[in-house]
Design a protein. Structure first.
Length: 259
């Protein structure tokens, strides 16, 4: 996997996938990780599929025995064995899971774009980016994104475990109420965008675009030269927004969940 300061501009597809996957694992850390024959089993108490799934680490890693080992491990922790199938996983793995009754679920896309050093938008006073989450950010995000009360401490523990520089965007309405939220994680010149949420009553009003722009501006000032994010393939409004901001699809992935 690349160790350069930024994502290589002329990366081959699998090199780009590996570079983005590695950064995404670091940006959204699991509480526990188990490495197994070129795969990684991630566990975080059941909060988010991304942090509680089996992922290929090595392109074409063998799948023999992986499903059985994952099922046993996750059962010990009271969790289902959820597989996240990226282009790093061999086609045989996806087929084997389908044959075992695992259901195809939540197809998603990883988007990325280049950033121009030193070029950022005019500051928007509605958006404040800080290096740690305030109580208003934590409480507002949980409400806007429907985080269940029993998962809120797990969410906070994942945020606290992020090792790389972070930017937390908080957007207020005219009355000073927190209504928009976002997280940026910067690693080796690439910034990943996570936890993007706007309170339901304030959606479709340009707030999402302003949040993304605020985080990209923060990242440019911090030295980022590229950006990436993950979005559900069926979320057409979000896809249109990100594409209008210069993001393009790098690759897709989906989950396989026990039937």
């Amino acid at each position: 996997m690349p160790d350069s300061a930024a994502l290589p501009a002329t990366a081959t597809p699998i090199t780009l996938v590996s570079a983005l996957e590695e950064r995404a694992f670091n940006a959204w850390p699991a509480h526990q990780t188990v490495f197994h024959q070129g795969w990684v089993f991630r566990l975080a108490g059941g909060y988010t599929k991304r942090a509680n799934s089996v992922n290929a680490l090595v392109p074409g890693a063998p799948f023999d025995g992986v499903r059985e080992a994952a099922a046993e491990l996750y059962a010990r922790h009271g969790l289902p064995a959820v597989f996240r199938i990226s282009p790093l996983a061999p086609a045989a793995a996806d087929q084997a899971l389908a044959d075992a009754g695992y259901q195809h679920f939540d197809p998603s896309l990883v988007l990325h774009r280049a950033l121009t050093p030193g070029v950022s938008a005019k500051p928007d006073g509605r958006n404040v980016v800080s290096t740690s989450p305030s109580p208003a950010w934590l409480e507002g995000f949980a409400a806007a994104n429907g985080v269940a009360p029993h998962h809120r401490n797990l969410h906070r523990s994942i945020l606290d475990a992020i090792a790389h520089p972070t930017g937390y965007a908080l957007q207020n309405d005219a009355r000073g109420h927190a209504v928009g939220f976002g997280l940026a994680v910067l690693e080796r010149g690439a910034v990943g965008l996570y936890d993007l949420a706007v309170a339901p009553e304030h959606r479709r009003s340009g707030r999402g675009r302003a949040l993304v722009q605020a985080l990209l501006d923060w990242a440019v000032q911090a030295g980022a030269t590229s950006a990436y994010l993950q979005v559900r393939a069926q979320n057409l409004p979000a896809l249109r927004l990100y594409e209008s901001m210069g993001f393009r699809a790098a690759y897709g992935y989906h989950y396989r969940v026990p039937g």
